[in-house]
Structures are given as structure tokens and as C-alpha cells.
Ligand binder design. Structure first.
Ligand code: ACO
Length: 322
């Protein structure tokens, strides 16, 4: 009757910060347009030679520190990413090696912006199955590497970064604490693959660039996110009014506001980091959780619903007691 409980959290953001105004020099865009339509003001971009596994490792170290653990204590590493350093080996095995970890197992998981939700679900399943007691769940991305810098409708929206959580099996005899992951809800619908994709890959022998019909994705987002969040809450036996924090994928402030409104949760109970990070895809949720905790917003015992949608389309939600 135990649960997968959050034992520690941390994040890493590359040093270079790019404000919206920097795009005005090369594109027909403006700080005002980007703020008003997306809610983004600045984003971090990784330095040359700084790759996804570097960001992931830095976030992992911060999460281990927060948990008071060392790599010896970890059984498995999952990295949610669509921008791994190499085709293979996985970014997760690179993190394992950088941490000096010589036991356990590590693998990547790709569900684009919903990647961290999928990874949390997989980590929970590994823990429930008895395959791992502690799992490092990381979201890490370098989306700056797949931007088309001539496409103003996409390149102003994304950023680089990483966040990590240590999930630990905790027995809860007698139900004295209900901390941990309560329910998940995962979905995808490949019919919508053309709304958001990268036009290259291994099998086509090119890296490709991100292509998005933003307004089409927008039309799906609020309804699908609300539905996933409400389904996960229902599975867990909670309702919108029980929620202390929504931690949404940080893609667009209007999607975040629309989803909160539809769920009947006021914006005071929503963690928003979009302004400073942009859309960091699979990294956005652990980044927002880590910053939300550091700000003093998220506290032990809070009921959290976290949700994301992205390429696939793939979307989902997780309900957890922090
Ligand atoms: N600066 C100025 N004008 C711009 C810019 C820009 N950076 N980008 C687009 N425009 C123009 C368009 O060309 C268009 O002009 P037109 O009317 O002359 O054709 C106009 O602005 C309106 O464009 P829309 O795309 O309709 O604008 P919208 O209000 O939908 O906002 C945005 C665009 C911000 C992309 C929004 O649709 C959005 O956030 N969509 C969802 C994105 C998302 O959630 N993605 C999923 C996660 S990401 C992942 O999985 C990797």
C-alpha cells in the first residue's frame, strides 16, 4: 500500500538569458507581440558544447542534494527528452556515467512536451512493480538546437533547461500519510501528428526543425488538458476544489489561464514560470515545480495536479500529494 513520494527536487538553467527584444533585430516581431500572445518575456539558451545530458546531470545533482542522497542510493534514471545529445546511447546513460553511478539502469523516454508526465507515470510503475525503490526522473531539453531561426511563429517560444525529481517508495501503513503519486492519466492521438513535429530525424538523415501550427494546437490544448486533469483527479478521489496547485506545462499563458478557469481553480493556485523560461518542453514541469518550491509556494502536504500536452498529440496529467 505504499506510494512513490517526491523525496527531492532541483533544476538547472543555462547561463545565457535571451530577452524578447533580441529577436527584434532579425525577425519581424516585437517584445509586445510575444508577451501578449504567449506570456513569455525571456528564455535561457545552452552554450555551444553544453548538451542535454549536461543540463540533466546538473539538475539531477541539485535534486539529489535536496533529497540528501547520493547516486549510490538511486536504482534507475529516466530522462524525458526529445533532444538527446546523440541518437544513442540514451541521455539517461550519459547522466548515469556523469554521476559516477555503476549500478541500476537508465533510459530515455520521448513524449515531447508531455514527456515528464509520461516519465512520472513510468517511474511510479517501476516503483510499484518492485523494480526500483528510488528513481531519478529528469526532464531536460535543448530545443534551441531544433529552432528555425527564420520562423517567427516558433523560434520565439522555446527555451533550454532541465528539472529533476527523486521519487522514492514509501510504505504508508495505516494510511497515516497520503503523500505521493495518487493517479495518472495518459493519452495520445497520432491523427494530429502534423500539428507539431520536427521535419527530420535519424531515418531521414537530417536533424530537422520544429514545425508547429500553433493556433491548431491551441484549439486542442485547453479541452484535452482539462479532461486529463479532471480524469486523474477523479481516479484519485479528488475534485478541483481540493487542488492546492496546478503545475501546468509552460507553453502559453492563455492556455494555462483557460485550463485553470475550466477546472474552477483560481490563478493564485497555479505555478507560472513561463515568463522567465519560455517553453522548455519536457523540462517545463520539473522546472516549474522546483522554482515553485524555492519560491515557497509548494509545501509538503499540498495536493498538486500537473498536466501537459505536446507533439503527437500526446497529453496527460498526474495527481500527487507533495
Ligand atoms: N511576432 C509577430 N507576429 C507573429 C509572430 C511573432 N513572433 N508569430 C506569429 N505571428 C503572426 C502570424 O503570422 C499571424 O499573422 P497573420 O494573421 O497575418 O497570418 C498572427 O501573428 C496570428 O498568428 P496565430 O498563430 O493565429 O497566433 P496565436 O494567437 O494563435 O498565437 C501561439 C500563436 C503563441 C503559437 C499560440 O498559438 C500557441 O501558444 N499555441 C500553442 C502552442 C503549444 O501549446 N504547443 C504545444 C506544446 S509545444 C511541444 O509539444 C514541443
Amino acid at each position: 500500500t505504499g506510494r512513490a513520494v517526491v523525496k527531492g527536487i532541483g533544476h538547472y538553467l543555462p547561463e545565457r538569458i535571451v530577452p524578447n527584444a533580441e529577436f527584434e533585430a532579425t525577425l519581424d516581431t516585437s517584445d509586445e507581440w510575444i508577451r501578449a500572445r504567449s506570456g513569455i518575456e525571456r528564455r535561457h539558451f545552452a552554450a555551444e558544447g553544453e548538451n542535454t545530458s549536461d543540463l540533466a546531470t546538473a539538475a539531477a545533482r541539485a535534486a539529489l542534494d535536496d533529497a540528501g542522497l547520493t547516486p549510490d542510493d538511486i536504482d534507475a534514471i529516466i530522462v524525458a527528452t526529445s533532444t538527446p545529445d546523440l541518437t544513442f546511447p540514451s541521455a539517461a546513460t550519459m547522466v548515469q556515467s556523469k554521476l559516477g553511478m555503476r549500478h541500476g539502469f537508465a533510459f530515455d523516454l520521448q513524449a515531447v512536451c508531455a514527456g515528464f508526465i509520461y516519465a512520472l507515470c513510468n517511474a511510479t510503475a517501476l516503483i510499484q512493480a518492485g523494480q526500483a525503490k528510488r528513481v531519478l526522473v529528469i526532464g531536460a531539453e535543448t530545443f534551441s538546437r531544433i529552432m528555425d531561426w527564420t520562423d517567427r511563429s516558433t523560434c520565439v517560444l522555446f527555451g533550454d533547461g532541465a528539472g529533476a525529481i527523486v521519487l522514492e517508495y514509501q510504505d504508508q501503513p495505516g494510511g497515516t500519510s497520503d503523500r505521493g503519486i495518487h493517479a495518472v492519466d495518459l493519452n495520445s492521438d497520432g491523427r494530429f501528428k502534423d500539428l507539431l513535429y520536427v521535419d527530420g530525424g535519424v531515418s531521414t538523415q537530417s536533424t530537422g526543425h520544429l514545425r508547429m501550427q500553433g493556433n491548431q494546437v491551441f484549439r486542442h490544448a485547453i479541452e484535452k488538458l482539462t479532461s486529463a486533469a479532471e480524469t486523474a483527479l477523479e481516479k484519485a478521489g479528488f475534485e478541483g476544489k481540493d487542488v492546492d496547485w496546478i503545475v501546468p506545462h509552460q507553453a502559453n499563458i492563455r492556455i494555462i489561464q483557460g485550463t485553470a478557469k475550466k477546472m474552477g481553480v483560481p490563478m493564485e493556485n497555479v505555478i507560472v514560470t513561463l515568463k522567465d523560461h519560455g517553453n522548455t518542453s519536457a523540462a517545463s514541469i520539473p522546472l516549474a515545480m522546483s522554482v515553485g518550491k524555492a519560491r515557497g509556494q509548494i509545501k509538503e502536504g499540498d495536493l498538486i495536479v500537473t498536466e501537459a500536452i505536446g507533439g503527437g498529440l500526446a497529453w496527460g496529467a498526474v495527481v500527487l500529494r507533495w
